[in-house]
Design a protein around this ligand. Structure first.
Ligand SMILES: [Zn+2]
Ligand SMILES: [Zn+2]
Length: 349
């Protein structure tokens, strides 16, 4: 490890957790990324793992199958750390500032970005997913414009959950969740449980739907008024349904339980086609289906919600593992059974 606390850009070798071949993840030694204008070097504290990382490991993610990334690959798209150095003008981002990083990094120069729609940039890169090395390492190099300062009131564990939480925020903003809504959240993973917390705060009425009894129990503890197994809820019950399972049965359930005229937000990414999707019901029942891409514009407000306690990270944390033993963390992710979804890698453990 190379100290870099005086604002000089460190060099040398660092430890990274890399997917070195399909199904194999290991700690490796790689060069510290060098200075690049407009970038900061961040000393990583915590990295969160999610289903996307599992898909990367097993070669199932589109980023792998369509050739956007080559192995070995440093993963890590949910993370927090402290800036140690910057190159070029960096505004409020400087050494010692705690930050979270936006996963999606827009080019800021194409026509779409210039028209104010950077979340739709066709030249998008995603940290840890394609284009930019991830944060499962001692250091990550990130464009300064993709960094967001973390308030003192938000601890590292909460900060690392901001990345999944911004997408939840986007879903509730886009669907205009309000106090008149009866909300259902399908899925009790990280996204689902964060959606339960936020929908509880915004509507006061949220039902969790899922297949994992431990996850449903946890949903009750973090704000759900009811928890139902998939198939138990009456059809057409909810004005707003957040699909957070990323599974075909979850999406079918979300459409089934949505009320006539209701909204369904697809946050989870369903792999492949959904057999027997009742496309006609979208029309006949006047459902609005929202594809929620990412919450690129909601980082500051989401951080504030963690600071204010509307969102809380600790109930979601399954376990913490050392960056030097990433295989342990992926094993924990594959075998977790407590309902707590989030597995973390720590550079300090
Ligand atoms: Zn993720
Ligand atoms: Zn662009």
């Amino acid at each position: 490890m190379i100290p870099g606390t005086d604002g000089t850009w460190p060099s040398g070798a660092m430890t990274a957790a890399q997917i070195t071949s399909i199904g194999k993840v290991e700690a490796t030694s790689v060069p510290v990324p060098g200075p690049q204008p407009g970038h900061a070097l961040v000393r990583v504290e915590l990295v969160g793992l999610c289903g996307t990382d599992q898909e990367l490991l097993h070669g199932e993610a589109t980023y792998v199958t369509d050739g956007r990334i080559q192995l070995p690959w440093t993963f890590g798209h949910e993370w927090t750390g402290t800036v140690v150095a910057t190159s070029g003008p960096a505004g409020e981002i400087g050494p010692g500032i705690r930050v979270v990083g936006q996963t999606m990094v827009a080019c800021l120069s194409c026509r779409t970005c210039r028209s104010g729609q950077r979340s739709l940039c066709p030249r998008m890169q995603e940290i840890g997913l394609y284009g930019i090395d991830g944060a499962a390492a001692e250091y990550v190099r990130v464009p300064v414009h993709a960094l967001v300062p973390v308030p003192d009131a938000v601890d590292d564990t909460s900060a690392v959950l901001v990345e999944p939480a911004v997408t939840v925020a986007r879903a509730l903003v886009d669907t205009r969740c309000s106090l008149t809504d009866d909300v259902a959240v399908v899925g009790t993973g990280t996204i689902g449980l964060l959606a339960v917390m936020l929908a509880h705060a915004m509507s006061g009425d949220v039902t969790a739907i899922g297949v994992d009894p431990a996850g449903l129990d946890l949903a009750l503890r973090v704000g759900a008024g009811r928890a139902l197994r998939t198939g138990e809820a009456p059809a057409g019950e909810f004005s707003l349904v957040i699909e957070a399972s990323g599974t075909a049965p979850g999406l079918l359930e979300a459409v089934r339980v949505a009320r006539t005229g209701g909204r369904v937000a697809a946050v989870g990414v369903v792999g492949g086609a959904v057999r027997d999707f009742p496309a006609g019901e979208i029309t006949l029942r006047g459902l609005s289906l929202y594809g929620i891409r990412h919450g690129l514009d909601h980082y500051d407000r989401t951080l504030k919600m963690f600071a204010d306690g509307l969102l809380s990270a600790e109930p979601l944390i399954h376990s913490r593992h050392s960056l030097t033993r990433p295989g342990e963390a992926f094993d924990a992710l594959a075998n977790r059974s407590t309902g707590r979804p989030k597995v973390l890698l720590s550079t300090r453990a």
